[in-house]
Design a protein. Structure first.
Length: 427
């Protein structure tokens, strides 16, 4: 087993872009939205006399500003598309939820003020009246995000971007002072004269390249394995927020998979890696419609096919980070030893991928969900042993779980109870 994390240099911004791209896949009309808002924000802050940390905080917040849409159904996401040029300010639900989530993130990495940036990114300028918060002038940054967000929303994919720029800028300028901060509109006007700005905005790969390789703002925040473990745990809570039926599921899978690795005498470092994979194994479910994830009954054939795509998206999201083992362990948890799993139909699975498959099945069948109780010991063991007998799951790993059933089940239960209490704001 190669210990690729000995030379671990994972970019926090790369991980954020991976998460934000999954957010954009939730709703087709918002494709690449977060990257676009981050890019516009980058162009604006490059013209402001902000510290490097303040610029970095704003761009990171822009890349995650709509993270609160995760607990919304598709029909409720329509509010995000509203142009908001009707004179009504909307501090909408997703912004409030997003602020709560971002608060945890800013505590982890010290991005002070990110919570307010996200919560008020739909706030109107109102001739400067809304530039204060609790008596402090610290909401100007949220107006940067608001302007960037509206420009991105106004840019439609069904019309050539250079044919849209005049109409977009006319809408923005006509609302300078009322909805948008005049100083920011002036900055936007300067760089919006460049065709290259609009062409970049219309080309996601170039946006990504400019954000990662820019020389104006250093976004190169590297994570070691301990930090990656912490941020993965945070993002697992974001993933599980997507469905009330699987709340804290990823916490359980991370706990069970890491305990299985310990039983196999893996090194402490490898155990941490499998735990990271457990936290992120359902990352691709961010792209799955909430209506399907929250369906209490049996899925239709069409719905099941949609569910099957989540591990595909997990694979390609983690592939961006260059962590081959963690990517494979996380993404192959629905593959089966006889090649009948999904979505890659892989039969030759590494030990880590086998661990993740067993941990996912065990956690799924034993955890309580709103529409049913978890299986009791006898039934759960029967399911695991049947899958091992049918060459679906690894026999040795199933035996370890069965022979230590109380230990594994108590671990899963304790972890999930702990996190459901700590993070009850999510449901």
């Amino acid at each position: 087993m190669t210990d690729e994390t000995d030379r671990l240099e994972i970019s926090l911004f790369d991980l954020i872009l991976s998460i934000s791209h999954n957010l954009d896949l939730i709703y087709q009309d918002l494709e690449w939205h977060h990257e676009k808002v981050a890019y516009i924000t980058y162009e604006i802050v490059s013209e402001l006399n902000y510290t490097e940390q303040e610029k970095k905080t704003l761009i990171m917040a822009a890349a995650l500003h709509d993270i609160g849409i995760l607990n919304l159904e598709h029909k409720k996401i329509d509010v995000i598309e509203e142009v908001e040029l009707n004179g009504e300010e909307k501090i909408v639900e997703h912004a409030k939820v997003g602020a709560v989530l971002i608060n945890k993130f800013q505590e982890l990495f010290g991005f002070e003020g990110m919570e307010n940036l996200v919560q008020y990114h739909h706030a109107h300028w109102d001739n400067g009246e809304s530039n204060t918060y609790q008596g402090r002038k610290d909401r100007f940054g949220s107006h940067i995000l608001h302007l960037a967000d509206r420009v991105a929303i106004l840019t439609k994919g069904d019309n050539y971007v250079l044919n849209q720029k005049d109409e977009i800028m006319n809408k923005i300028k006509s609302n300078s002072g009322s909805i948008f901060a005049p100083r920011l509109v002036e900055i936007l006007e300067r760089f919006a004269e460049r065709e290259s700005f609009w062409l970049t905005l219309d080309t996601p790969k170039i946006i990504e390249k400019k954000l990662k390789k820019n020389r104006k703002v250093d976004l190169n925040v590297k994570l070691d394995i301990e930090q990656l473990l912490e941020v993965s745990k945070f993002f697992s809570q974001i993933i599980d927020l997507r469905s009330r039926f699987t709340f804290v599921h990823s916490q359980g899978v991370a706990a069970v998979s890491s305990k299985l690795a310990e039983k196999l005498s893996w090194s402490e470092r490898e155990v941490k890696k499998i735990k990271i994979a457990g936290y992120l194994h359902d990352l691709g479910k961010l792209t799955t419609p909430k209506e399907i994830l929250d369906k209490p009954g049996k899925l239709t054939a069409e719905e099941y096919k949609i569910i099957q795509s989540h591990t595909f998206h997990t694979y390609h999201s983690l592939d961006m980070l260059g962590l081959t083992e963690i990517r494979n362990w996380a993404a192959f948890h629905h593959e089966r030893l006889d090649g009948t799993g999904y979505p890659f139909k892989i039969g030759e699975l590494s030990t880590g991928s086998r661990i993740m498959a067993v941990a996912d099945v065990f956690t799924a069948i034993t955890e309580n969900r709103p529409y049913r109780s978890g299986m009791k010991k006898k039934k759960a063991i029967s399911v695991l042993e049947s899958m091992a007998a049918d060459d679906k799951l690894d026999r040795e790993l199933v035996n370890i779980v069965v022979n230590n059933y109380q230990e594994f089940n108590s671990l899963r239960d304790d972890i999930q109870i702990k996190h459901s209490t700590e993070d009850k704001f999510i449901v």
